[in-house]
Design a protein around this ligand. Structure first.
Ligand SMILES: [Fe+2]
Length: 401
C-alpha cells in the first residue's frame, strides 16, 4: 500500500475510536505522565490496549498517513514505553477489555462478510487471514466471554449466514475451553465454525431464505450445502482435519439419520459431536427475518430431547453447563416483577447472575437501567423465570450493545 505524503492537519481522536491503520503523531490527553517512545502506525489491537493501559485518553493522528485496514497486517511495533505506573493499568481493566472486545467482534463480522463476498466471486478461502481473528476470539473467550456473547446476541435479521457462522465458531471455542481442549484445537474449531456453512453460497436465495417449510425437493437442494462446503474447503490451503470435520459433520446425527452421509455415531468424533450440538443451539436461538429466536432454555430442552439419539448425551449436558442456566443475553423476570437482562454469569451461583434491570411489569414502563448483582449479599431479588422480549415490546439490542 502506498502512502500519501501530503501533510495534513492532525486530528484529535479519542483512544477508544482509534483503529488499526491509523497513524499516531502525538498524545492528546492522558491521565498519567507516561513517556511515549515515538509516533507510529497502529498495526495491532494490542497497541490500542497498551495506550489505554497507559491512561491515554486521546491522541493526534495524521489522516494522510492513515491506512484503511480491516485487520492487522504487520508485526507488532510497540508504540508506547513501559508504563511507569503499571499497577494503575490493572485497575478497572474491564471497561477497556469490553471496548476491545466490541471492536474485535465488529472486525470478525467484517472479516466474515469479506469471506462470503470473496467466495461468491469464486475466490478461495484464505485460512491464514482467519487465523489472527480466531486467535483473538479465543483470547477474548478466556478474558471476558460474557462481553463477547452479549454482543453475539444482537442479530441482524438479514445477516443470518454470516452471524451464524461467526457464532458457531465462538460457541465451539467456548465449549472447547469448557472441555479443556488445547488452545490450538480451539483455534481450529473457531475457524471450522467460521467456514462450516460456506457451501450455502451455492444454494439459491429463494430456498436459503424461505420463511416457510421447505418442500422435499427444496430440502434436498438445501442439504447439498454440506457437500458444497466440503468441495470449497478441499480447494483451500491450510484446512485441517478438525476444520473439515466441523464443516462435513455438523448435520450428521448419532442415530445415523443425519446428512450428507448418515454416518453412525461411532464414525462421529468429539469435534463432529460438538458441532452438531452448537449448530442446532445457535440456529434455534437466532432471530430470523420471519421468526424470533427461541430463548436458550427452550433450545436446551430441544437438545435434551434429542440427547442420546441425535446428540451425544454427555456433551449436551456439558454444553448446557458451559452456557449456564441463564446464558448472557437472556431476558428474565425477577420476583419483584421487574424485567432484567443477564449480562454476566456467576460461576459459583448460576441462578444469581449479574443483570441489567430495565422494565417494570407492574407499572408497565421502562426503568432507568441499573446493574444488579443478584449474588451480592443484601440483594433480595431472585429470578422467577425467562420471558419473551416480544411480549413486552423490548428491543434487546438497545441494552446489549
Ligand atoms: Fe449447515
Amino acid at each position: 500500500m502506498t502512502e500519501d505524503k501530503t501533510p495534513s492537519t492532525p486530528l484529535l481522536v479519542a483512544v477508544q475510536d482509534l483503529r488499526i491503520g491509523m497513524y499516531v503523531v502525538a498524545i492528546g490527553q492522558q491521565r498519567q505522565q507516561n513517556e511515549i517512545k515515538r509516533s507510529g502506525r497502529i498495526t495491532q489491537r494490542r497497541q490500542l490496549e497498551e495506550l489505554m493501559n497507559l491512561g491515554v485518553l486521546s491522541v493526534w493522528i495524521d489522516p494522510s498517513k492513515t491506512q484503511q485496514l480491516s485487520e492487522p497486517t504487520a508485526p507488532s511495533t510497540p508504540l508506547a514505553a513501559t508504563a511507569t505506573e503499571s499497577s494503575s493499568a490493572e485497575r478497572d481493566n474491564r471497561p477497556r477489555q469490553e471496548i476491545r472486545i466490541r471492536r474485535l467482534y465488529q472486525e470478525a463480522k467484517t472479516m466474515q462478510n469479506k469471506l462470503f463476498h470473496n467466495l461468491k466471486r469464486g475466490e478461495p478461502v484464505q485460512v491464514d487471514e482467519l487465523e489472527a481473528i480466531a486467535d483473538e476470539l479465543v483470547d477474548s473467550i478466556f478474558e471476558n466471554r460474557d462481553a463477547l456473547f452479549c454482543l453475539a446476541r444482537i442479530r441482524e435479521k438479514d445477516s443470518y449466514l454470516m452471524e451464524h457462522s461467526l457464532n458457531v465458531g465462538m460457541l465451539l471455542a467456548n465449549f472447547g475451553r469448557f472441555l479443556e481442549l488445547e488452545r490450538p484445537v480451539l483455534r481450529e474449531l473457531t475457524i471450522g465454525g467460521l467456514l462450516h456453512d460456506t457451501g450455502k453460497i451455492m444454494i439459491p436465495d429463494h430456498i436459503l431464505h424461505k420463511p416457510g417449510r421447505l418442500t422435499e425437493d427444496e430440502f434436498i437442494i438445501m442439504k447439498s450445502h454440506v457437500n458444497h462446503s466440503i468441495s470449497i474447503l478441499k480447494e483451500s490451503k491450510g484446512i485441517t482435519p478438525i476444520m473439515m470435520t466441523v464443516a462435513a459433520c455438523h448435520h450428521e446425527r448419532l442415530d445415523g439419520k443425519g446428512y450428507p452421509h448418515g454416518l453412525p455415531g461411532e464414525r462421529l468424533n468429539l469435534y463432529a459431536r460438538m458441532s452438531t450440538v452448537v449448530d442446532v443451539y445457535d440456529a434455534l436461538t437466532a432471530d430470523r427475518c420471519y421468526k424470533a429466536g427461541m430463548p436458550a432454555t427452550a433450545a436446551f430442552r430441544i437438545l435434551l430431547q434429542g440427547a442420546g439419539s441425535q446428540f451425544d448425551e454427555e456433551l449436551v449436558r456439558k454444553f448446557i453447563k458451559c452456557m449456564g442456566i441463564h446464558p448472557v443475553g437472556t431476558l428474565v423476570k425477577l420476583q419483584s416483577g421487574k424485567l432484567a437482562i443477564v449480562v454476566e454469569r456467576n460461576e459459583d451461583a448460576p441462578l444469581q447472575p449479574k443483570v441489567k434491570v430495565i422494565y417494570s411489569t407492574v407499572g408497565q414502563h421502562h426503568l432507568e437501567v441499573k446493574l444488579l448483582d443478584l449474588a451480592r449479599p443484601g440483594v433480595n431479588e431472585t429470578i422467577e423465570g425467562v420471558v419473551d422480549p416480544k411480549s413486552f415490546g423490548i428491543d434487546m439490542s438497545r441494552y446489549l450493545a
